[in-house]
Design a protein around this ligand. Structure first.
Ligand code: C2E
Ligand code: MG
Ligand code: MG
Ligand code: MG
Length: 285
């Protein structure tokens, strides 16, 4: 009986893996058409300087409005795009779109820094440095206006190659942030070698900040590490006034999260920035 039960479990397991593979294949097929069908778009989440209370930039985040499934979260389709290589084309589109938007905002007097997520797969491309620099040039965006967010996995496959490319990008004036810091295979060796200027504390450590003692200690440690290595620390996933206050007085310089705003479509983002800064003016008079 036990054996039979085990077999059933096994069949059930195989069936569910089978379904997963089929789902992934379907998603992959749909994703291959998403770009040309204009189903992808970007939303922008403000990054706030905690000292001045002002919005200094925005992180561009991709969205996929699937015709039948509705909104598919990037955590679902980015891994698929990374696995089949289509992240290269999608990532180039993201960069293009973000630079176009940044140029438009600049022409309207809104000169913000724009942060773009760069996949480890993109960074491995031989032409990535030229691609990024030529995109900036085409949109007449000063390199200092662009920030690239990379994760620790970018440094794992070929550290020397990643170092070379990020150095070249940094020399051109682009700033580099380590995204989701603390969740990957963090090594202090690469932090020393890497031309990175920003550390983003992963939102998993911010969620229970002040509630969970370990998370609070981890966040403190990253802030201190940033200070001693002269890196700007950004907290992501800030949702409450208490978290904001704590991070600010603890010396964390930048923050983003639902407490300030969810990621917004470009038009709404513009309106948001204006009213956010208007409030600061009002509070100071
Ligand atoms: P990420 O780069 O670490 O982005 C932060 C994620 O946290 C975003 O999820 C954002 O919407 C979410 N978030 C922001 N504030 C809060 C908050 O206060 N609370 C909570 N619970 N979440 C918050 P999103 O937009 O779903 O993106 C997920 C991940 O997908 C990103 O994580 C990034 O790794 C990837 N991704 C998104 N857009 C792109 C892209 O254009 N290219 C690449 N390669 N990856 C992207
Ligand atoms: Mg990011
Ligand atoms: Mg992150
Ligand atoms: Mg993340």
């Amino acid at each position: 009986l036990a054996k039979q039960k085990g077999q059933n479990h096994f069949q059930f397991y195989v069936a569910s893996i089978d379904k997963e593979i089929r789902d992934r294949k379907l998603l992959e097929k749909d994703l291959s058409k998403a770009l040309k069908n204009h189903e992808l778009y970007l939303v922008y989440q403000p990054q706030v300087n905690l000292e001045t209370g002002r919005i200094i930039g925005a992180e561009a985040l991709i969205r996929w409005q699937h015709p039948e499934r509705g909104l598919v979260p990037p955590d679902e389709f980015i891994p698929v795009a990374e696995a089949n290589g289509s992240i290269v084309e999608i990532g180039q589109w993201v960069l293009e779109q973000a630079c176009w938007q940044a140029a438009r905002w600049a022409s309207e007097g809104l000169a913000l820094r724009i942060a773009v997520n760069l996949s480890a797969v993109q960074l491995r491309q031989g032409t990535i440095v030229e691609d990024i620099l030529s995109t900036l040039a085409r949109h007449k965006i000063p390199a200092g206006r662009l920030e690239l967010e990379v994760t620790e996995t970018s440094f794992m496959t070929n550290l020397a190659d990643a170092v070379d490319k990020l150095r070249a990008l940094h020399r051109a004036g682009i700033s580099i942030a380590v995204d989701d810091f603390g969740t990957g295979y963090s090594s202090l060796t690469y932090l020393k070698q890497m031309p990175v200027q920003h550390l983003k504390i992963d939102k998993q450590f911010i969620r229970d900040l002040l509630v969970n003692e370990e998370d609070t200690r981890i966040a403190n440690t990253i802030i201190d590490l940033g200070r001693s290595l002269n890196l700007t620390v950004v907290a992501e996933g800030v949702e409450t006034a208490e978290q904001e206050y704590y991070l600010k007085q603890r010396g964390c310089k930048l923050a983003q999260g639902y407490y300030f705003s969810k990621p917004l479509p470009a038009r709404e983002f513009e309106t948001f920035v204006q009213s956010f800064h208007q409030k600061i003016v009002e509070n100071n008079t």
